[in-house]
Design a protein around this ligand. Structure first.
Ligand SMILES: Cc1cc2ncn([C@H]3O[C@H](COP(=O)(O)O)[C@@H](O)[C@H]3O)c2cc1C
Ligand SMILES: O=C(O)c1cccnc1
Length: 336
């Protein structure tokens, strides 16, 4: 679908006007849950997950049959400062690997029966180094938001947003630091595995980025400190909501990009859940600030949408129980 915005101001307006959940469908889900053959609350978070999903789909009989995993790839000028354990060429090499089926996300997408769409965003033109200027011009930024928005398939019933971009944990750390405050350097983690020297550089880079751009508003911060793949994830998260498609967020980078939306328009992430808690330092702080409790905690720190892809099965478990369990009346089980 073509994006209904051509400027950042228009994107902000669109974000403000996106639909909310269907309270009637959510109430029907709550009502049915109370009749299912289990003690009240015994399925724990699966119960709220089913109600959340059904509310956003607006359909009491909703199932998750057609998940779509989107991977956006971008390159970062800031890598020249030595912030990653891997060279920038790896971004394009991994895009080729995704297309050939050889990455972790290919295996997890196949298991989930999800479509996997790869969008490489101007890999030959890295963003500008955010310690000296805006990472993206407004035109580049809006184009990336629009790519994300347009990548969402209206036929999907769930979206997972993932990314690939060497250097993007530095970008995400700077964005989170600027959005949430605190000691800027402490938002930097080891990413692909930088040593102590690399981590010191990262901390200084994050501090420099925050001191240069920290006065921007949330969507301006995504332009100044983010990357094309972060902007595209944000655009896809917003675009999914326009179709009433719930979203499972992935790790640190995805959550930082998503947080810009929530800071710009509170409630903008209500149609999302956190798929997992990444091992990257700072992810827990972002999720706490967003009020999101991750579904999984597996010590993963990969990105690519991998943690969120695994969480699809948790959502399916919630919906299978909700839709297919017998009620007390149907099964002839005495209720409490
Ligand atoms: C082979 C390989 C596959 C990956 N898949 C995801 N990432 C992850 O690591 C990168 C971020 O870490 P940093 O900021 O330290 O560069 C991103 O591309 C992210 O998706 C990968 C990284 C590598 C090396
Ligand atoms: O949590 C993530 O998204 C992450 C962490 C480290 C490296 N790449 C991605």
């Amino acid at each position: 679908m073509t994006a209904p915005f051509a400027t950042l101001a228009e994107f902000h307006d669109v974000l403000t006007g996106l639909p909310g959940p269907d309270d009637t469908a959510a109430a029907a889900a709550r009502d049915r849950d109370a009749q299912l053959t289990k003690p009240p609350g015994a399925l724990g978070r699966l119960e709220e997950l089913a109600e959340w999903y059904i509310g956003w789909r607006g359909d009491p009989a909703a199932r998750c049959n057609s998940p779509q995993i989107l991977i956006f790839a971008g390159n970062h000028g800031v890598t020249a400062q030595g912030v990653s354990a891997f060279p920038a060429e790896v971004t394009a090499q991994m895009v080729a690997n995704f297309r050939a089926g050889g990455a972790a996300i290919n295996q997890l997408a196949r298991l989930a029966g999800a479509t996997l769409d790869i969008h490489a965003l101007s890999l030959d033109t890295p963003t500008a180094d955010f310690t000296t200027g805006h990472a993206m011009s407004e035109a580049d930024y809006v184009a990336a938001l629009a790519t994300g928005w347009g990548a969402v398939s209206p036929e999907a019933d769930l979206v997972v947003t993932g990314e690939m971009g060497i250097g993007n944990t530095t970008s995400a750390a700077a964005l989170a630091a600027a959005l949430f405050g605190g000691d800027a350097g402490s938002w930097a983690g080891r990413g692909t595995g930088v040593g102590d020297d690399g981590l010191s550089i990262k901390r200084r880079v994050v501090e420099a980025g925050v001191s240069l751009h920290g006065q921007q508003g949330p969507l301006g911060l995504l332009q100044c400190l983010g990357g094309r793949e972060l902007a595209a994830m944000a655009g896809a998260i917003a675009g999914a909501r326009a179709h009433r498609i719930p979203v499972i967020l992935d790790g640190f980078i995805c959550s930082a990009a998503a947080a810009s939306l929530e800071q710009a328009v509170p409630g903008a992430l209500d149609h999302t859940v956190a798929g997992h808690l990444s091992a990257e330092a700072g992810h827990g702080q972002i999720l706490d600030a967003l009020g999101k409790i991750p579904l999984l905690q597996l010590g993963m720190r990969l990105g690519e949408g991998s943690g969120a892809a695994l969480a699809i099965q948790i959502l399916r478990g919630a919906l299978a129980c909700h839709q297919d369990m017998a009620t007390f009346a149907e099964a002839g089980v005495s209720d409490g």
